[in-house]
Design a protein around this ligand. Sequence first.
Ligand code: ZN
Length: 248
Amino acid sequence: MTRRDAFPALMAAGVGALAAVCASPTSNGEPPAEPSAKAPRIEKRDLANPNWGYPKPKDPRRIPPTILMVVHIFGVKSTAAMPVGIGPDSGTHREYQSVARPAWTRNSAHDYIARNGEVIEVLDPATQTAWNNGKLDRPDRNIPTIDAIASQSGYNANEYCHREVECTGYPGSHPLTDEQLETVAWFVALDSLATKLEINRGTVTTHADFDSVNRPSCAFPPAERERKLGKIIDRAKAIRAEMLKPEK
Ligand SMILES: [Zn+2]
């Protein structure tokens, strides 16, 4: 499938199931209880550069992923402190403008997540591989999926990753917000259904798992890494259960 028709179908599956949960009145006619998960606002935008794909830029994904999620923090203090959201004045919009320039030749993520949980999406994880992980440098080989990647040389590490996200923030002063963690968990739940990958510490990862030398605090300080990823994993499992509830 092409980029343009693959992702809406995927989203429709998740959003539709959620909408049914949100809209179902209770049997006694009372308004439904507050839903435990709803889709974040996602705005799709284009990149004016070819900064995705392997082995050549713009090549479509060539192997199935083993990892659902790689969480990153954008790490620029000035944009982290700008107005929140994805509007024209926001830090996340400024970050998008930066990475979307034709002249940009560095990294790319599938999604740029604002501090209120809203999303600018630029790549389709079903067909497009992002560039965000950089090189492996003392990766965490206690994680089986990471160890498998480090044990081969035929493919770039990014190719094993379904979705990579950049969260607007700065280590220390602007750590990831609860709203950003909720959006990440929602993506993990949705992608777990699409890819059939289980939700666990092997499939929910962060940049430091790939590069503990240069990116030890992406996306979380080392002391908080496991607790935060555990929170995402637990929440994603709960959201997936909501998505799988039959329509009434
Ligand atoms: Zn990173």
